[in-house]
Write a protein that binds this ligand. Sequence first.
Ligand SMILES: *Cc1c(COP(=O)(O)O)cnc(C)c1O
Length: 434
Amino acid sequence: MSQATITPKTQASTAFTKLKCKECGAEYEPKAMHVCEECFGPLEVKYDYSILKSNVTRQSIEAGPKSIWRYRSFLPLATDNYIDVGTGMTPLVKSTRLARRLGLKNLYIKNDAVNMPTLSFKDRVVSVALSRARELGFSTVSCASTGNLANSTAAIAAHAGLDCCVFIPADLEAGKVMGTLIYNPTLMAVKGNYDQVNRLCCEVANSHGWGFVNINLRPYYSEGSKTLGFEVAEQLGWQLPDHIVAPLASGSLYTKIYKGFQEFIKVGLVEDKSVRFSGAQAEGCSPIAQAFKEGRDFITPVKPNTIAKSIAIGNPADGIYALEIAQKTNGNIESVTDAEVIEGMKLLAETEGIFTETAGGTTIAVLKKLVEAGKIDPDETTVAYITGNGLKTQEAVQGYVGQPFVIEPKLDNFEKAYERANTLERLEWQQVLV
Ligand SMILES: *Cc1c(COP(=O)(O)O)cnc(C)c1O
């Protein structure tokens, strides 16, 4: 086809072609599979970029839906029967107060703490994975989750009328558990860490024939994260930033932001430019940051022990690819302590009015650490990716924020309390009342 305007039905089925091994290049029909049968490398979705180049324009994207599906031509579906629950097009906020505090001139916050429907970036990957799962004929969908993925899978499966059975580590935050149960899936809380949950799920995937969004559907799932690259480029006025900072769990999100930028360059939607990729991990689970610091090209798995549970993956599937990107883009992968994670959450809330979860606290703390180490230039256009919502991980900041002033519904009682509030530390005042 050759017309300039987008006609999604035809361009979609032609641009998305096959699965291709990242290691040996072997190609496969786009089924539910994620490992190369020749070399056991991971499979990735392949597109015909010449078709995208002749059919997609800035205008055609801008005329699309206000969701990730405006980038539908870059996503791996054979039909236009996608699930649109309003995922994506979250705010890109120009930071003033946090930027000033850190000494940066061009800082932006990409706020996926308000993504739809379940307040994390995982809604992007699940919207894509379940759309593809439906095309491939699955009636039951599943995942191995650190929390947010279970929320997204359960919610979007409910919307799409798919049966859902999800797996989490048994020690997750209450908000993550309730944020799954409310959609009434089958929820398996496994006594073990994420890596053990994942191992169990690989066995279930083989024996049950379910669509596991991050196992046998992983090539499709991971493509959803590219939209975090696309949106930032579009929201910056069709330009790439100079530097990004994103959290790393399996490393998928980080590598796919990179792929998204590369694809926009390839099809001529933005000018070619090198973007520095920096990554954030919590010290209690930082296998990629450790490998980066030691200049290794391999990952040594660790046993997670951190409050940043949503990014606590000890054996990260895409770790080596994330390392490669950090090294070749002149970025950094840094880790911070749990105390710094909490400080990061509070700092973002107090300066920008954004309540993020522990993963976002990790990102902000690493951003601060990199600035202080001179590893981010104050003039660089820097984007910090905030990937989840703080209301889901309230345990993390319990005891690290103030207390309410408990008063009678009387004006003089308020006046007295307000006066004391201005003279006393809040915590002291609370003790006075009790
Ligand atoms: C899952 C998750 C990530 C990182 O995911 P990857 O496995 O690296 O793609 C980051 N932030 C939050 C809040 C998450 O839930």
